[in-house]
Write a protein that binds this ligand. Structure first.
Ligand SMILES: CCCCCC/C=C/CC(=O)SCCNC(=O)CCNC(=O)[C@H](O)C(C)(C)COP(=O)(O)OP(=O)(O)OC[C@H]1O[C@@H](n2cnc3c(N)ncnc32)[C@H](O)[C@@H]1OP(=O)(O)O
Length: 718
């Protein structure tokens, strides 16, 4: 709703009230219309201020209402009512003015912002375009290039930038509402002819055609199949080719197409999923709202390789004192230099103070004795990690949380090396650790709710999205990766090339195909794990070379590693690079020959595999494992899996995540294809449909928010 009051006798103040962000729900829109009519009809009122309760102007349309039948007054006429008013209307922007919130402010005659406010049109991130005049008013106000940039990226601008661009008229460090009231008094009775943005002339400039061509090219390149950014450019284009009223019609037309699209549903689902993961729960009943995190002032990182360096940077930037330990003096010096550089570049990029003095370097593990939280980030080697955990258990003060940065090793085995296994959790960072937003926080059966809450909170402090997951091989992300990778290898055996498989996955929207990712992260990483698991059998021939434990196995990755082809770092992998460390992947005739020779050796006849099959086999094997993970209680809900895949594995956000995608395709269809492929490849376990997907499909495929009802009481796998 909206609350009306009169201030200083002549200023009508309309306050939006819809916690937490004063989103424009039906009740708020109705409230605005009613109070505007009241302000306009009261003769004593000479001007109007619109503001939001609790220091937040408005977070935009109420996204929760999108799925339902729209009730209440529509936004566009509501904003026109404000703009057409004969009394000056001033928007007092505190906190945020986003989406419909900024469009509302653009309908006002003046805008005053608090210096800490953020303004933007983030609709594109929800698969939409600004549908309440934003695509027509903003270019008229600030010009096409700036409007295009804000609308197609959806980024939030600071108040200072908004002032510079001309979006707001004044910025204050004090109360924006008080400033707006004062301002409203000063403009009472003045002509509003030049203040109605919809009456401004169409933007004109000789290079507009070039600007739009460039913008379209850029969004098509970066959108990876998302339609909203492209449609945003089309809508802004209407602002230069059509008069305002016609431009609004075009905006509405384009908005309607997006509004009902699967991509908009996926992106809106993802918006809430990313927030839902912070409300974690575990099979043992621990929950986010009943578990209190411990205070952490001092953190320590052990091992300053690539991951340890990134983690140290993240901790320092979160404001913690950090002890960074590397036992080899030469490596310590190298790490120190590298971390300083990373901090400097990051401070520059983010416009924040340098956090270099937050980190103290040491070559002795003893230096972590008084830390509140230690993150071990040495090589992925269980024996080494165990030794370190034994040491830490003796060195650290009582109550110190012991965390391991591992991408899949058993947390419980490490916990059992310590005197306080309840204080051990996994923190699976993704490389580069100071950049990537995802953190898998892994709890073992003995991790205390307090330890889990502390690690989750720590992730948040570092600006990450933390997802709590149970302990099993590979946790959620890497466990699902295994059957996906496996299918990619099998496709090569059957006749595909790495380029073909990657192309299919990139056309689907992945930032990089599976083989390019493998080259980037290093083929030797998986090889080491497979060796430790006893899967690598050098020199094996005949049928046994392609079978492990009764299931189909592809030794292709192992064979490449035996040739020293570790990917980008060696300049050769699934592709070739111009030099070791090179970044541009080029098809490698050697590899094609190698695949032909391999197929011939194993009696495999290459066939032409269509795109649909490549995509289905890779994605459905991954999705099937996701259902198994839900069934095992390793992830609490599909949202957790989807957030992990979007933030950590390059799954296209506009497809919602693998579990959402499965629902969109139809669970019965996914099940039918899995059954088909499992019939063709009975020796591939990853293609055998798991019982949860069967159960859901048999229950008429309920919507994703109801899947949890079908999961048996989850328990840890260990
Ligand atoms: C036929 C329809 C015609 C409509 C025509 C006009 C169309 C207009 C389109 C829009 O306006 S779309 C909405 C555009 N706005 C946004 O995208 C903003 C989204 N919100 C945010 O970016 C952030 O929430 C924030 C506002 C910057 C605040 O961030 P903060 O980190 O402080 O809090 P959160 O945890 O993100 O959010 C708190 C809480 O509020 C919920 N929420 C936020 N924004 C909205 C919203 N616009 N509608 C509904 N709910 C919103 C959020 O989900 C959190 O609640 P939860 O319970 O934890 O999920």
């Amino acid at each position: 709703m909206a609350f009306y009051s009169r201030v200083s006798g002549s200023v009508g103040v309309i306050t939006l009230q819809n916690p937490p962000v004063n989103a424009l729900s039906a009740a708020v829109r109705q409230g605005i219309v009613d109070t505007m009519h009241r302000a306009l009809s009261e003769p004593e009122v000479k001007s109007v201020v619109i503001c939001g309760q609790n220091g937040k102007f408005c977070g935009g349309a109420d996204i929760r209402e999108f799925g339902a039948n729209m009730r209440g007054p529509p936004l566009v006429p509501m904003i026109h009512l404000i703009e057409a008013a004969e009394k000056p209307v001033v928007a007092a922007i505190e906190g945020v003015a986003l989406g419909g919130g900024l469009e509302l402010a653009l309908g006002c005659h003046y805008r005053i912002a608090h210096s800490k406010a953020r303004l933007g049109l983030p609709e594109v991130t929800l698969g939409l375009l600004p549908g309440a005049g934003g695509t027509q008013r903003l270019p008229r106000l600030i010009g096409v290039p700036a409007a295009l940039e804000l609308i197609t990226t959806g980024r939030h601008a600071t108040a200072a930038e908004a002032l510079q661009l001309g979006i707001v008229d004044e910025v204050t460090d004090h109360s924006a509402v008080d400033a707006a009231v004062k301002f409203a008094q000063s403009v009472a009775g003045k002509s509003l002819d030049a203040r109605r943005i919809s009456t401004y002339p169409r933007p004109r400039s000789p290079d507009l055609a070039e600007i739009f061509e460039k913008a379209m090219k850029e969004v098509r390149r970066s959108a990876r199949g998302a339609i909203a950014p492209v449609t945003c450019v089309q809508a802004v284009h209407a602002s230069v080719t059509l008069p305002y009223a016609k431009g609004m019609e075009r905006e509405r037309e384009l908005f309607s197409t997006l509004f009902t699209s699967g991509q908009a549903h996926a992106l809106q689902y993802y918006f809430f999923a990313q927030r839902a993961v912070s409300r974690w729960s575990t099979p043992s009943g621990a929950r986010w709202d009943t578990s209190k995190p411990r205070p952490v002032h001092k953190a320590a990182v052990i091992g300053l390789g690539t991951m340890g360096r990134g983690i140290s940077v993240s901790l320092a930037q979160a404001g913690l004192s950090v002890v960074a330990v590397e036992t080899q003096e030469k490596q310590l010096l190298e790490a120190k230099q590298a971390v300083s550089g990373m901090l400097e570049r990051s401070a520059k990029r983010r416009g924040v103070p340098l956090a270099d003095d937050k980190i103290k370097y040491n070559c002795s593990v003893q230096a972590v004795a008084d830390a509140d939280l230690v993150i071990e980030a040495v090589f992925e080697d269980m024996a080494l990690k165990k030794t370190i955990f034994q040491q830490l258990s003796g060195i650290c003060k009582p109550g110190t949380l012991l965390c391991t940065n591992t991408s899949g090793l058993d947390i419980d085995e490490l916990a059992s090396q310590t005197q306080s296994p309840e204080l051990v959790v996994g923190m699976h960072f993704f490389a580069p650790a100071h950049v990537m937003k995802l953190l898998e926080v892994v709890y073992g059966p003995r991790s205390s709710p307090e330890a889990l809450a502390t690690a989750m909170e720590m992730g948040k402090k570092m600006g990450k999205v933390s997802v709590a997951v149970g302990n099993c091989r590979g946790f959620v992300g890497n466990r699902m990766l295994k059957p996906y990778l496996e299918q990619a290898f099998f496709l090569l055996e059957e006749g595909a090339t790495p380029e073909q498989v990657d192309q299919v996955l990139e056309e689907f929207g992945f930032a990089m195909g599976v083989f390019k990712v493998s080259d980037l992260s290093g083929l030797d990483v998986g090889w080491k794990v497979r060796k430790a698991d006893g899967l690598v059998v050098p020199g094996s021939t005949g049928k046994s070379a392609r079978i492990r434990g009764g299931s189909r196995y592809s030794p292709l990755g192992d064979l490449l590693c035996e040739q020293g082809r570790f990917g980008q770092k060696t300049g050769r992998g699934w592709y070739q690079y111009d030099k070791p460390g090179g970044r541009v992947a080029k098809p490698d005739p050697w590899l094609h020959g190698f695949l032909e020779e391999y197929r011939a050796r194993h009696g495999l006849v290459a066939r032409r595999i269509d795109h649909q099959e490549m995509l289905e086999r890779c994605l459905y094997a991954l999705i099937n494992e996701g259902f198994q993970i839900l069934q095992d209680g390793i992830a609490a809900g599909p949202e957790d899996i989807d957030v992990i895949y979007v933030l950590g594995y390059g799954w296209p956000r506009h497809r919602g995540g693998p579990m959402f995608y499965a629902g969109l395709v139809g669970l019965d269809k996914v099940l039918e294809r899995l059954e088909h492929y499992h019939q063709v490849y009975p020796d591939v376990l990853g293609l055998k449909p798991c019982s949860l997907i069967r159960k859901l499909a048999a229950s008429s495929s309920p919507p994703i928010h109801r899947w949890r009802e079908f999961i048996q009481k989850p328990r840890s796998q260990l």
